[in-house]
Design a protein around this ligand. Structure first.
Ligand code: ADP
Length: 558
Protein backbone atom coordinates (compact mmCIF):
# COMPACT_ATOMS: atom_id res chain seq x y z
CA UNK A 1 0.00 0.00 0.00
CA UNK A 2 2.79 2.37 0.90
CA UNK A 3 4.55 1.83 -2.41
CA UNK A 4 1.40 3.04 -4.18
CA UNK A 5 1.30 6.28 -2.15
CA UNK A 6 3.71 8.07 -4.60
CA UNK A 7 1.09 7.66 -7.35
CA UNK A 8 -1.45 9.49 -5.22
CA UNK A 9 1.32 12.00 -4.44
CA UNK A 10 1.93 12.61 -8.14
CA UNK A 11 -1.75 13.23 -8.77
CA UNK A 12 -1.78 15.68 -5.88
CA UNK A 13 1.34 17.47 -7.15
CA UNK A 14 -0.19 17.76 -10.62
CA UNK A 15 -3.31 19.25 -9.07
CA UNK A 16 -1.31 21.84 -7.11
CA UNK A 17 0.84 22.62 -10.13
CA UNK A 18 -2.15 23.23 -12.38
CA UNK A 19 -4.62 24.82 -9.98
CA UNK A 20 -2.35 26.58 -7.59
CA UNK A 21 0.49 27.69 -9.90
CA UNK A 22 1.71 31.07 -8.76
CA UNK A 23 -0.20 30.97 -5.47
CA UNK A 24 1.66 31.52 -2.27
CA UNK A 25 3.17 28.39 -0.63
CA UNK A 26 2.61 26.06 -3.61
CA UNK A 27 6.28 25.03 -4.08
CA UNK A 28 6.54 24.21 -0.37
CA UNK A 29 3.44 22.00 -0.61
CA UNK A 30 4.89 20.20 -3.63
CA UNK A 31 8.14 19.52 -1.83
CA UNK A 32 6.34 18.21 1.18
CA UNK A 33 4.25 15.82 -0.90
CA UNK A 34 7.31 14.68 -2.86
CA UNK A 35 9.21 13.97 0.34
CA UNK A 36 6.27 12.16 1.94
CA UNK A 37 5.83 10.08 -1.23
CA UNK A 38 9.49 9.10 -1.27
CA UNK A 39 9.39 8.25 2.42
CA UNK A 40 6.31 6.07 1.84
CA UNK A 41 8.01 4.36 -1.11
CA UNK A 42 11.14 3.49 0.85
CA UNK A 43 9.25 2.48 3.95
CA UNK A 44 7.04 0.27 1.75
CA UNK A 45 10.08 -1.34 0.12
CA UNK A 46 11.68 -1.92 3.50
CA UNK A 47 8.50 -3.58 4.76
CA UNK A 48 8.35 -5.79 1.66
CA UNK A 49 11.94 -6.87 2.26
CA UNK A 50 11.22 -7.53 5.93
CA UNK A 51 8.10 -9.51 5.03
CA UNK A 52 9.98 -11.62 2.49
CA UNK A 53 12.74 -12.23 5.00
CA UNK A 54 10.31 -13.29 7.71
CA UNK A 55 8.45 -15.57 5.30
CA UNK A 56 11.66 -17.20 4.08
CA UNK A 57 12.93 -17.70 7.62
CA UNK A 58 9.60 -19.27 8.55
CA UNK A 59 9.77 -21.45 5.46
CA UNK A 60 13.28 -22.49 6.31
CA UNK A 61 12.24 -23.47 9.79
CA UNK A 62 9.17 -25.34 8.55
CA UNK A 63 11.14 -27.21 5.87
CA UNK A 64 13.82 -28.13 8.36
CA UNK A 65 11.24 -29.25 10.90
CA UNK A 66 9.31 -31.29 8.35
CA UNK A 67 12.40 -33.02 6.97
CA UNK A 68 13.50 -33.89 10.49
CA UNK A 69 10.03 -35.11 11.44
CA UNK A 70 9.94 -37.26 8.30
CA UNK A 71 13.34 -38.79 8.99
CA UNK A 72 12.35 -39.35 12.60
CA UNK A 73 9.13 -41.02 11.45
CA UNK A 74 10.85 -43.14 8.83
CA UNK A 75 13.23 -44.46 11.45
CA UNK A 76 10.19 -45.89 13.24
CA UNK A 77 8.23 -47.49 10.43
CA UNK A 78 8.56 -51.26 10.04
CA UNK A 79 11.52 -52.14 7.79
CA UNK A 80 9.13 -54.10 5.59
CA UNK A 81 7.45 -50.81 4.63
CA UNK A 82 10.45 -49.82 2.52
CA UNK A 83 9.83 -51.03 -0.97
CA UNK A 84 10.36 -49.45 -4.36
CA UNK A 85 6.87 -47.95 -4.06
CA UNK A 86 7.80 -46.44 -0.74
CA UNK A 87 11.05 -44.96 -2.01
CA UNK A 88 9.08 -43.15 -4.71
CA UNK A 89 6.70 -41.81 -2.08
CA UNK A 90 9.50 -40.75 0.20
CA UNK A 91 11.33 -38.97 -2.61
CA UNK A 92 8.15 -37.22 -3.65
CA UNK A 93 7.36 -36.06 -0.12
CA UNK A 94 10.85 -35.15 1.05
CA UNK A 95 12.01 -33.42 -2.11
CA UNK A 96 9.18 -32.40 -4.39
CA UNK A 97 6.40 -31.80 -1.91
CA UNK A 98 8.50 -29.91 0.58
CA UNK A 99 9.74 -27.84 -2.37
CA UNK A 100 6.14 -27.10 -3.32
CA UNK A 101 5.39 -26.08 0.25
CA UNK A 102 8.16 -23.50 -0.09
CA UNK A 103 6.03 -21.71 -2.68
CA UNK A 104 3.20 -21.66 -0.18
CA UNK A 105 5.03 -20.61 2.97
CA UNK A 106 7.64 -18.33 1.51
CA UNK A 107 5.61 -16.67 -1.22
CA UNK A 108 1.89 -17.17 -0.84
CA UNK A 109 1.14 -14.94 2.14
CA UNK A 110 3.51 -12.15 1.16
CA UNK A 111 2.08 -12.12 -2.37
CA UNK A 112 -1.47 -12.29 -1.05
CA UNK A 113 -0.72 -9.38 1.29
CA UNK A 114 0.90 -7.25 -1.38
CA UNK A 115 -1.63 -7.93 -4.13
CA UNK A 116 -4.62 -7.71 -1.77
CA UNK A 117 -3.20 -4.56 -0.18
CA UNK A 118 -2.59 -2.92 -3.55
CA UNK A 119 -6.13 -3.62 -4.72
CA UNK A 120 -7.65 -2.45 -1.44
CA UNK A 121 -5.59 0.76 -1.44
CA UNK A 122 -6.47 1.51 -5.04
CA UNK A 123 -10.21 0.94 -4.63
CA UNK A 124 -10.51 2.89 -1.37
CA UNK A 125 -8.37 5.76 -2.68
CA UNK A 126 -10.44 6.08 -5.84
CA UNK A 127 -13.73 5.93 -3.93
CA UNK A 128 -12.52 8.67 -1.61
CA UNK A 129 -11.41 10.90 -4.50
CA UNK A 130 -14.62 10.55 -6.53
CA UNK A 131 -17.04 7.68 -6.25
CA UNK A 132 -18.52 8.13 -9.74
CA UNK A 133 -15.15 7.98 -11.44
CA UNK A 134 -14.17 5.11 -9.16
CA UNK A 135 -17.12 3.00 -10.28
CA UNK A 136 -16.49 3.82 -13.92
CA UNK A 137 -12.80 2.90 -13.61
CA UNK A 138 -13.58 -0.43 -12.00
CA UNK A 139 -16.12 -1.46 -14.63
CA UNK A 140 -13.80 -3.76 -16.67
CA UNK A 141 -13.05 -6.01 -13.70
CA UNK A 142 -16.45 -7.66 -13.15
CA UNK A 143 -16.50 -8.46 -16.88
CA UNK A 144 -13.19 -10.29 -16.48
CA UNK A 145 -14.70 -12.59 -13.88
CA UNK A 146 -17.85 -13.17 -15.92
CA UNK A 147 -15.90 -14.31 -18.99
CA UNK A 148 -13.38 -16.25 -16.95
CA UNK A 149 -16.12 -18.07 -15.02
CA UNK A 150 -17.92 -19.02 -18.23
CA UNK A 151 -14.68 -20.37 -19.70
CA UNK A 152 -14.03 -22.45 -16.60
CA UNK A 153 -17.47 -23.99 -16.88
CA UNK A 154 -16.72 -24.92 -20.47
CA UNK A 155 -14.06 -27.38 -19.26
CA UNK A 156 -16.20 -30.33 -18.41
CA UNK A 157 -15.36 -32.68 -15.60
CA UNK A 158 -14.80 -35.37 -18.24
CA UNK A 159 -12.19 -33.36 -20.13
CA UNK A 160 -10.37 -32.62 -16.90
CA UNK A 161 -10.27 -36.34 -16.05
CA UNK A 162 -9.00 -37.17 -19.54
CA UNK A 163 -6.26 -34.62 -19.08
CA UNK A 164 -5.17 -36.02 -15.71
CA UNK A 165 -5.27 -39.68 -16.78
CA UNK A 166 -3.39 -38.74 -19.96
CA UNK A 167 -0.69 -37.25 -17.81
CA UNK A 168 -0.47 -40.38 -15.64
CA UNK A 169 -0.37 -42.60 -18.73
CA UNK A 170 2.48 -40.64 -20.20
CA UNK A 171 4.43 -40.94 -16.95
CA UNK A 172 4.01 -44.72 -16.89
CA UNK A 173 4.83 -45.04 -20.57
CA UNK A 174 8.06 -43.10 -20.05
CA UNK A 175 9.13 -45.37 -17.21
CA UNK A 176 8.25 -48.50 -19.20
CA UNK A 177 10.02 -47.10 -22.20
CA UNK A 178 13.25 -46.29 -20.36
CA UNK A 179 13.28 -49.50 -18.31
CA UNK A 180 12.64 -51.53 -21.41
CA UNK A 181 15.27 -49.97 -23.66
CA UNK A 182 17.93 -52.69 -23.20
CA UNK A 183 15.45 -55.52 -23.79
CA UNK A 184 13.83 -53.73 -26.65
CA UNK A 185 17.16 -53.05 -28.33
CA UNK A 186 18.39 -56.58 -27.80
CA UNK A 187 15.30 -58.06 -29.39
CA UNK A 188 15.04 -55.51 -32.16
CA UNK A 189 11.41 -54.55 -31.58
CA UNK A 190 12.06 -50.83 -31.07
CA UNK A 191 9.19 -49.85 -33.34
CA UNK A 192 6.65 -51.61 -31.13
CA UNK A 193 7.87 -50.28 -27.79
CA UNK A 194 8.26 -46.79 -29.15
CA UNK A 195 4.71 -47.24 -30.41
CA UNK A 196 3.28 -47.56 -26.88
CA UNK A 197 5.08 -44.42 -25.84
CA UNK A 198 4.07 -42.55 -28.96
CA UNK A 199 0.47 -43.59 -28.45
CA UNK A 200 0.47 -42.23 -24.90
CA UNK A 201 2.02 -38.98 -26.13
CA UNK A 202 -0.55 -38.64 -28.91
CA UNK A 203 -3.43 -39.37 -26.55
CA UNK A 204 -2.11 -36.79 -24.12
CA UNK A 205 -1.73 -34.18 -26.84
CA UNK A 206 -5.32 -34.80 -27.89
CA UNK A 207 -6.58 -34.57 -24.33
CA UNK A 208 -4.50 -31.46 -23.78
CA UNK A 209 -5.89 -29.79 -26.89
CA UNK A 210 -9.49 -30.60 -26.06
CA UNK A 211 -8.81 -29.36 -22.55
CA UNK A 212 -7.23 -26.06 -23.57
CA UNK A 213 -8.97 -25.20 -26.84
CA UNK A 214 -12.25 -24.01 -25.32
CA UNK A 215 -10.21 -21.90 -22.91
CA UNK A 216 -7.93 -20.06 -25.30
CA UNK A 217 -10.36 -17.51 -26.81
CA UNK A 218 -12.26 -16.61 -23.59
CA UNK A 219 -9.00 -16.31 -21.66
CA UNK A 220 -7.52 -14.02 -24.27
CA UNK A 221 -10.70 -11.90 -24.18
CA UNK A 222 -10.75 -11.80 -20.40
CA UNK A 223 -7.10 -10.78 -20.24
CA UNK A 224 -7.62 -8.12 -22.91
CA UNK A 225 -10.49 -6.60 -20.92
CA UNK A 226 -8.35 -5.97 -17.86
CA UNK A 227 -5.14 -5.13 -19.70
CA UNK A 228 -3.81 -1.82 -18.28
CA UNK A 229 -4.26 -0.09 -21.60
CA UNK A 230 -7.95 -1.10 -21.78
CA UNK A 231 -8.55 0.14 -18.24
CA UNK A 232 -6.79 3.41 -19.11
CA UNK A 233 -9.03 3.74 -22.16
CA UNK A 234 -12.14 3.25 -20.02
CA UNK A 235 -10.91 5.80 -17.46
CA UNK A 236 -10.18 8.39 -20.17
CA UNK A 237 -13.50 7.78 -21.94
CA UNK A 238 -15.55 8.18 -18.76
CA UNK A 239 -13.28 11.04 -17.65
CA UNK A 240 -13.97 12.90 -20.89
CA UNK A 241 -17.67 12.25 -20.48
CA UNK A 242 -17.75 13.43 -16.84
CA UNK A 243 -15.69 16.54 -17.66
CA UNK A 244 -18.00 17.43 -20.52
CA UNK A 245 -20.97 16.96 -18.16
CA UNK A 246 -19.22 19.36 -15.82
CA UNK A 247 -19.08 16.82 -12.95
CA UNK A 248 -15.31 16.96 -12.51
CA UNK A 249 -12.33 19.06 -13.61
CA UNK A 250 -9.88 17.56 -16.18
CA UNK A 251 -7.11 17.31 -13.61
CA UNK A 252 -9.33 15.11 -11.44
CA UNK A 253 -9.11 12.35 -14.05
CA UNK A 254 -5.37 12.02 -13.39
CA UNK A 255 -5.52 9.98 -10.14
CA UNK A 256 -7.72 7.41 -11.86
CA UNK A 257 -5.50 7.24 -14.94
CA UNK A 258 -2.54 6.60 -12.63
CA UNK A 259 -4.12 4.13 -10.22
CA UNK A 260 -6.81 2.09 -12.01
CA UNK A 261 -4.58 0.39 -14.65
CA UNK A 262 -2.34 -0.81 -11.81
CA UNK A 263 -5.09 -3.07 -10.43
CA UNK A 264 -4.77 -5.64 -13.25
CA UNK A 265 -1.32 -6.88 -12.20
CA UNK A 266 -2.17 -7.76 -8.59
CA UNK A 267 -5.52 -9.20 -9.66
CA UNK A 268 -3.90 -11.67 -12.05
CA UNK A 269 -1.29 -12.46 -9.43
CA UNK A 270 -4.09 -13.48 -7.05
CA UNK A 271 -5.32 -15.88 -9.74
CA UNK A 272 -1.87 -17.41 -10.13
CA UNK A 273 -1.28 -17.91 -6.43
CA UNK A 274 -4.61 -19.65 -6.00
CA UNK A 275 -3.09 -22.43 -8.16
CA UNK A 276 -0.19 -22.46 -5.72
CA UNK A 277 -2.62 -23.05 -2.86
CA UNK A 278 -4.16 -26.05 -4.62
CA UNK A 279 -0.73 -27.58 -5.32
CA UNK A 280 0.51 -26.75 -1.86
CA UNK A 281 -2.51 -28.35 -0.22
CA UNK A 282 -2.02 -31.58 -2.19
CA UNK A 283 1.67 -31.58 -1.26
CA UNK A 284 0.91 -30.93 2.39
CA UNK A 285 -1.55 -33.82 2.40
CA UNK A 286 1.07 -36.21 1.00
CA UNK A 287 3.64 -35.07 3.57
CA UNK A 288 1.01 -35.45 6.29
CA UNK A 289 0.17 -38.96 5.09
CA UNK A 290 3.84 -39.91 5.25
CA UNK A 291 4.05 -38.45 8.74
CA UNK A 292 1.18 -40.72 9.71
CA UNK A 293 2.52 -44.00 8.30
CA UNK A 294 2.22 -46.99 10.53
CA UNK A 295 4.79 -47.14 13.25
CA UNK A 296 6.52 -50.26 14.48
CA UNK A 297 5.17 -50.82 17.94
CA UNK A 298 7.74 -49.99 20.57
CA UNK A 299 7.74 -51.83 23.88
CA UNK A 300 6.35 -49.77 26.74
CA UNK A 301 9.01 -48.83 29.27
CA UNK A 302 9.13 -51.46 31.95
CA UNK A 303 8.02 -54.27 29.65
CA UNK A 304 11.38 -54.46 27.86
CA UNK A 305 12.85 -57.95 27.71
CA UNK A 306 16.44 -58.97 27.17
CA UNK A 307 16.97 -62.16 25.19
CA UNK A 308 18.59 -64.91 27.22
CA UNK A 309 20.46 -67.01 24.69
CA UNK A 310 20.04 -67.30 20.96
CA UNK A 311 17.33 -69.88 20.53
CA UNK A 312 14.72 -68.72 18.01
CA UNK A 313 11.19 -69.99 18.33
CA UNK A 314 8.19 -69.37 16.09
CA UNK A 315 4.99 -70.03 18.01
CA UNK A 316 1.83 -70.48 15.94
CA UNK A 317 2.93 -67.63 13.69
CA UNK A 318 0.62 -66.34 10.97
CA UNK A 319 1.01 -63.37 8.69
CA UNK A 320 -1.12 -61.59 6.10
CA UNK A 321 0.32 -58.67 4.10
CA UNK A 322 -3.14 -57.22 3.56
CA UNK A 323 -4.51 -58.23 6.94
CA UNK A 324 -6.86 -60.82 5.40
CA UNK A 325 -5.22 -63.37 3.13
CA UNK A 326 -2.80 -65.31 5.24
CA UNK A 327 0.57 -65.84 3.54
CA UNK A 328 1.84 -67.79 6.54
CA UNK A 329 -0.24 -69.76 9.01
CA UNK A 330 0.38 -71.81 12.13
CA UNK A 331 4.15 -71.88 11.84
CA UNK A 332 5.77 -73.68 14.78
CA UNK A 333 9.51 -73.84 14.45
CA UNK A 334 12.49 -73.87 16.76
CA UNK A 335 15.98 -72.94 15.63
CA UNK A 336 18.40 -74.43 18.12
CA UNK A 337 21.50 -72.32 18.98
CA UNK A 338 24.52 -73.11 16.85
CA UNK A 339 22.57 -74.88 14.11
CA UNK A 340 21.88 -74.17 10.47
CA UNK A 341 18.26 -74.35 9.35
CA UNK A 342 17.51 -74.24 5.64
CA UNK A 343 14.06 -73.24 4.48
CA UNK A 344 13.08 -74.64 1.10
CA UNK A 345 9.94 -74.61 -1.00
CA UNK A 346 8.56 -73.38 -4.28
CA UNK A 347 8.51 -69.70 -5.12
CA UNK A 348 5.70 -67.96 -3.26
CA UNK A 349 5.62 -70.56 -0.45
CA UNK A 350 6.41 -67.84 2.11
CA UNK A 351 10.14 -68.43 2.74
CA UNK A 352 11.17 -64.78 2.48
CA UNK A 353 8.19 -63.67 4.54
CA UNK A 354 9.26 -66.05 7.30
CA UNK A 355 12.79 -64.62 7.21
CA UNK A 356 11.53 -61.02 7.23
CA UNK A 357 9.30 -61.71 10.23
CA UNK A 358 12.34 -62.85 12.19
CA UNK A 359 14.04 -59.56 11.24
CA UNK A 360 10.96 -57.69 12.43
CA UNK A 361 10.37 -56.16 9.03
CA UNK A 362 6.79 -56.53 10.20
CA UNK A 363 5.12 -58.12 13.19
CA UNK A 364 3.20 -61.40 12.87
CA UNK A 365 -0.58 -61.02 12.67
CA UNK A 366 -0.90 -64.13 14.78
CA UNK A 367 1.28 -65.91 17.29
CA UNK A 368 4.71 -64.69 18.37
CA UNK A 369 8.39 -65.07 17.68
CA UNK A 370 10.79 -65.49 20.57
CA UNK A 371 14.52 -64.84 20.66
CA UNK A 372 16.18 -66.27 23.74
CA UNK A 373 12.72 -66.48 25.36
CA UNK A 374 11.91 -62.79 24.71
CA UNK A 375 9.13 -61.73 22.34
CA UNK A 376 10.68 -59.80 19.42
CA UNK A 377 8.14 -57.04 20.05
CA UNK A 378 9.50 -56.50 23.54
CA UNK A 379 13.16 -56.37 22.60
CA UNK A 380 14.69 -52.94 22.15
CA UNK A 381 15.33 -52.35 18.43
CA UNK A 382 19.06 -51.71 18.76
CA UNK A 383 19.43 -54.81 20.92
CA UNK A 384 17.46 -56.83 18.36
CA UNK A 385 19.72 -55.86 15.46
CA UNK A 386 22.82 -56.48 17.53
CA UNK A 387 21.50 -60.01 18.08
CA UNK A 388 20.16 -60.75 14.60
CA UNK A 389 22.16 -59.94 11.50
CA UNK A 390 20.98 -60.38 7.94
CA UNK A 391 22.15 -60.61 4.39
CA UNK A 392 19.26 -60.31 1.99
CA UNK A 393 18.89 -60.82 -1.73
CA UNK A 394 18.59 -57.16 -2.59
CA UNK A 395 22.08 -56.06 -1.72
CA UNK A 396 22.24 -52.51 -0.45
CA UNK A 397 25.58 -50.77 -0.57
CA UNK A 398 25.74 -47.11 0.30
CA UNK A 399 27.56 -44.52 -1.74
CA UNK A 400 30.72 -44.54 0.38
CA UNK A 401 34.07 -46.29 0.47
CA UNK A 402 34.21 -50.09 0.57
CA UNK A 403 35.72 -49.73 4.03
CA UNK A 404 32.80 -47.66 5.30
CA UNK A 405 30.36 -50.07 3.73
CA UNK A 406 31.80 -52.98 5.68
CA UNK A 407 32.06 -50.94 8.88
CA UNK A 408 28.52 -49.59 8.48
CA UNK A 409 27.11 -51.33 11.54
CA UNK A 410 30.26 -50.88 13.63
CA UNK A 411 31.89 -47.60 12.63
CA UNK A 412 34.49 -47.81 15.42
CA UNK A 413 35.86 -51.19 14.24
CA UNK A 414 39.62 -51.23 13.68
CA UNK A 415 41.19 -51.61 10.25
CA UNK A 416 42.32 -55.09 11.24
CA UNK A 417 38.80 -56.18 12.19
CA UNK A 418 37.39 -54.83 8.92
CA UNK A 419 40.02 -56.69 6.90
CA UNK A 420 39.47 -59.87 8.87
CA UNK A 421 35.75 -59.65 8.12
CA UNK A 422 36.52 -59.15 4.42
CA UNK A 423 38.79 -62.19 4.52
CA UNK A 424 36.08 -64.27 6.15
CA UNK A 425 33.72 -63.18 3.38
CA UNK A 426 36.31 -64.11 0.71
CA UNK A 427 36.36 -60.57 -0.67
CA UNK A 428 39.63 -59.20 0.77
CA UNK A 429 41.77 -60.02 -2.29
CA UNK A 430 39.23 -58.51 -4.64
CA UNK A 431 39.10 -55.27 -2.61
CA UNK A 432 42.90 -54.99 -2.68
CA UNK A 433 42.74 -55.25 -6.47
CA UNK A 434 40.49 -52.14 -6.65
CA UNK A 435 42.16 -48.87 -7.71
CA UNK A 436 42.22 -47.41 -4.20
CA UNK A 437 41.79 -50.65 -2.26
CA UNK A 438 39.52 -50.24 0.74
CA UNK A 439 39.15 -46.52 0.03
CA UNK A 440 37.57 -47.08 -3.39
CA UNK A 441 34.09 -45.65 -3.47
CA UNK A 442 31.19 -47.92 -4.40
CA UNK A 443 29.73 -46.95 -7.76
CA UNK A 444 32.71 -44.70 -8.58
CA UNK A 445 35.99 -46.57 -8.76
CA UNK A 446 34.72 -49.72 -7.05
CA UNK A 447 32.72 -51.40 -9.79
CA UNK A 448 31.58 -54.72 -8.30
CA UNK A 449 29.52 -57.61 -9.58
CA UNK A 450 26.32 -58.65 -7.80
CA UNK A 451 28.08 -61.58 -6.15
CA UNK A 452 30.93 -59.37 -4.97
CA UNK A 453 28.48 -56.89 -3.53
CA UNK A 454 26.78 -59.70 -1.65
CA UNK A 455 30.14 -60.77 -0.23
CA UNK A 456 30.67 -57.21 1.02
CA UNK A 457 27.30 -57.50 2.77
CA UNK A 458 28.44 -60.78 4.26
CA UNK A 459 31.62 -59.08 5.49
CA UNK A 460 29.43 -56.39 7.05
CA UNK A 461 27.43 -59.07 8.86
CA UNK A 462 30.62 -60.89 9.91
CA UNK A 463 31.99 -57.70 11.44
CA UNK A 464 28.81 -57.19 13.45
CA UNK A 465 29.23 -60.74 14.65
CA UNK A 466 25.56 -61.34 15.51
CA UNK A 467 24.73 -64.60 17.28
CA UNK A 468 21.76 -65.12 14.94
CA UNK A 469 22.03 -64.67 11.20
CA UNK A 470 19.30 -64.64 8.58
CA UNK A 471 20.31 -65.18 5.04
CA UNK A 472 18.25 -64.97 1.90
CA UNK A 473 20.44 -66.57 -0.72
CA UNK A 474 20.63 -64.94 -4.10
CA UNK A 475 18.40 -66.70 -6.61
CA UNK A 476 20.16 -65.24 -9.61
CA UNK A 477 22.84 -67.54 -10.87
CA UNK A 478 26.18 -66.09 -9.84
CA UNK A 479 29.28 -67.30 -11.69
CA UNK A 480 30.80 -70.47 -10.37
CA UNK A 481 33.80 -68.83 -8.71
CA UNK A 482 31.62 -66.29 -6.95
CA UNK A 483 29.22 -68.97 -5.85
CA UNK A 484 32.00 -71.03 -4.37
CA UNK A 485 33.35 -67.96 -2.58
CA UNK A 486 29.95 -67.13 -1.14
CA UNK A 487 29.42 -70.70 -0.01
CA UNK A 488 32.80 -70.71 1.68
CA UNK A 489 32.09 -67.44 3.42
CA UNK A 490 28.76 -68.74 4.59
CA UNK A 491 30.04 -71.96 6.02
CA UNK A 492 32.63 -69.91 7.95
CA UNK A 493 29.83 -67.70 9.20
CA UNK A 494 27.73 -70.64 10.26
CA UNK A 495 30.14 -71.85 12.88
CA UNK A 496 28.72 -71.38 16.37
CA UNK A 497 25.74 -69.34 15.21
CA UNK A 498 22.02 -69.81 14.82
CA UNK A 499 21.59 -69.54 11.10
CA UNK A 500 18.39 -69.36 9.10
CA UNK A 501 18.98 -69.72 5.38
CA UNK A 502 16.35 -69.26 2.73
CA UNK A 503 17.95 -71.75 0.43
CA UNK A 504 18.00 -71.82 -3.31
CA UNK A 505 21.00 -74.11 -3.69
CA UNK A 506 21.62 -77.77 -3.04
CA UNK A 507 24.93 -77.42 -1.20
CA UNK A 508 23.44 -75.30 1.56
CA UNK A 509 20.53 -77.66 1.98
CA UNK A 510 22.57 -80.84 2.20
CA UNK A 511 24.79 -79.59 5.00
CA UNK A 512 22.06 -77.93 7.02
CA UNK A 513 21.31 -79.37 10.44
CA UNK A 514 17.67 -79.16 9.60
CA UNK A 515 15.62 -78.64 6.49
CA UNK A 516 12.19 -77.06 6.67
CA UNK A 517 9.99 -77.63 3.64
CA UNK A 518 7.34 -74.96 3.14
CA UNK A 519 4.25 -75.18 1.02
CA UNK A 520 1.49 -72.57 0.74
CA UNK A 521 2.58 -70.72 3.84
CA UNK A 522 2.77 -73.76 6.10
CA UNK A 523 5.55 -76.09 7.20
CA UNK A 524 5.03 -79.29 5.24
CA UNK A 525 7.86 -81.36 6.69
CA UNK A 526 11.16 -80.94 8.50
CA UNK A 527 14.21 -83.04 9.26
CA UNK A 528 17.72 -83.68 8.03
CA UNK A 529 18.54 -84.32 4.40
CA UNK A 530 18.77 -88.06 5.01
CA UNK A 531 15.59 -88.22 7.10
CA UNK A 532 13.56 -86.32 4.55
CA UNK A 533 14.87 -88.36 1.64
CA UNK A 534 13.98 -91.61 3.33
CA UNK A 535 10.53 -90.27 4.30
CA UNK A 536 9.81 -90.01 0.58
CA UNK A 537 7.67 -86.87 0.89
CA UNK A 538 7.67 -83.48 -0.82
CA UNK A 539 11.39 -82.96 -0.25
CA UNK A 540 12.30 -86.30 -1.76
CA UNK A 541 10.21 -85.46 -4.80
CA UNK A 542 11.84 -82.04 -5.09
CA UNK A 543 15.25 -83.65 -4.87
CA UNK A 544 14.50 -86.33 -7.37
CA UNK A 545 12.93 -83.97 -9.85
CA UNK A 546 16.40 -83.09 -11.06
CA UNK A 547 17.69 -80.66 -8.48
CA UNK A 548 16.16 -78.13 -6.17
CA UNK A 549 17.74 -75.09 -7.77
CA UNK A 550 16.17 -76.01 -11.08
CA UNK A 551 12.79 -76.52 -9.44
CA UNK A 552 13.02 -73.07 -7.87
CA UNK A 553 14.16 -71.55 -11.13
CA UNK A 554 11.23 -73.13 -12.92
CA UNK A 555 8.81 -71.77 -10.39
CA UNK A 556 10.35 -68.31 -10.60
CA UNK A 557 10.25 -68.22 -14.39
CA UNK A 558 7.22 -70.21 -15.46
P1 ADP B 1 9.04 -67.11 -1.27
O1 ADP B 1 10.14 -66.41 -0.59
O2 ADP B 1 8.84 -68.50 -0.79
O3 ADP B 1 9.13 -67.06 -2.75
P2 ADP B 1 7.42 -64.96 -0.28
O4 ADP B 1 7.52 -65.00 1.19
O5 ADP B 1 8.23 -63.94 -1.01
O6 ADP B 1 7.67 -66.41 -0.88
O7 ADP B 1 5.90 -64.71 -0.68
C1 ADP B 1 4.84 -65.43 -0.13
C2 ADP B 1 3.55 -64.84 -0.63
O8 ADP B 1 3.42 -63.52 -0.13
C3 ADP B 1 3.47 -64.73 -2.13
O9 ADP B 1 2.15 -65.10 -2.50
C4 ADP B 1 3.71 -63.29 -2.42
O10 ADP B 1 2.97 -62.89 -3.54
C5 ADP B 1 3.21 -62.61 -1.17
N1 ADP B 1 4.00 -61.38 -0.89
C6 ADP B 1 5.32 -61.30 -0.75
N2 ADP B 1 5.71 -60.04 -0.46
C7 ADP B 1 4.58 -59.30 -0.42
C8 ADP B 1 4.30 -57.92 -0.16
N3 ADP B 1 5.25 -57.05 0.12
N4 ADP B 1 3.01 -57.52 -0.21
C9 ADP B 1 2.03 -58.40 -0.47
N5 ADP B 1 2.22 -59.70 -0.72
C10 ADP B 1 3.47 -60.17 -0.70
Amino acid sequence: MLTLAPLAGMAQIAKIAINGAGTEGAPGGIWLIALASLACLFLGLALIAAGELAAHLADNRLTHGLRRALVERLSRVPLGWFSSRASGEVKQAMQDDIGTLHELTAHYYTTLGRAGGAILFSVVYMLVVDWRMAIASLLPFPFYYLIFGAAKKAISEERMTQFVTGQARINNAVIEFVNGIPVVKAFGVSGKAHGAYREAVDAFTKAFLSFTQPLVAPLANANAIIAPVTVLGVVLAFGTLFVSLGWIAPVDVLPFALIAPGISGPLMLLGFISHGVANGTAAAQRVQALLETERLEQPAPGTLQVPAGTEVRFENVGYAYDGQNAVLSSIDLTLAPGTVTAVVGASGAGKSTLARLLLRFFDPTEGRILLGGADLRLIETSQLYRSIGFVLQDVRLVNASVYDNIALGRPCASRQQVEAAAQAASIHERILALPRGYDSVVGEDAKLSGGEEQRICIARAVLLDPPVLVLDEATSAADAENEAAIQKALSRMARGRTLLVVAHRLDTIMHADRIVVMEDGAVREQGTHAQLLSAGGAYARLWQSGGYADAVQEAVAP
